[in-house]
Design a protein around this ligand. Structure first.
Ligand SMILES: [Zn+2]
Length: 131
């Protein structure tokens, strides 16, 4: 007797809708599923992954990547969803630096989630001390 095999489910890397196995495009958002997105782009999409741990890892990696083009996506992640994703996005913004990123960190000191406020406040204090 063989084990029933679990079906593999596929998800659009851009909008996270479930897609058919060999689908060339996502039916929900129209994303091209035939190629591989650039690394930074894939991480920015991963910020919207419904699995918070994946989104959080993406935020962390975007901070480490050091490419300020990720700032708008991180600001979006900071403003919505899971508090731990938002806190990680806040830390990534501080790591990337620049006027826009620091402005978002400053604003996050009054974030709805205490988890985010604590991170933002600590980062902002450190930033204010060093500049
Ligand atoms: Zn999609």
């Amino acid at each position: 007797m063989s084990e029933p095999s679990a079906p593999i489910r596929y998800f659009c890397p851009q909008c996270w809708a479930e897609v058919a196995a060999q689908a060339p495009r996502c039916a929900a958002c129209g994303a091209d599923l035939t190629g591989r997105p650039a690394y930074r782009q894939a991480l920015e999409w991963a910020l919207r992954c419904p699995e918070a741990l994946t989104a959080r890892r993406a935020a962390y990696l975007l901070g480490r990547l050091g490419d300020r083009r990720a700032v708008p996506a991180l600001i979006e992640a900071l403003k919505q969803g899971d508090p731990y994703v938002a806190a990680e996005a806040c830390a990534a913004l501080a790591q990337l630096g620049g006027k826009t990123a620091w402005s978002a960190v400053r604003e996050a000191r009054t974030h709805a989630y205490a988890t985010v406020r604590v991170v933002a406040l600590a980062l902002w204090k450190q930033h204010a001390r060093s500049s």
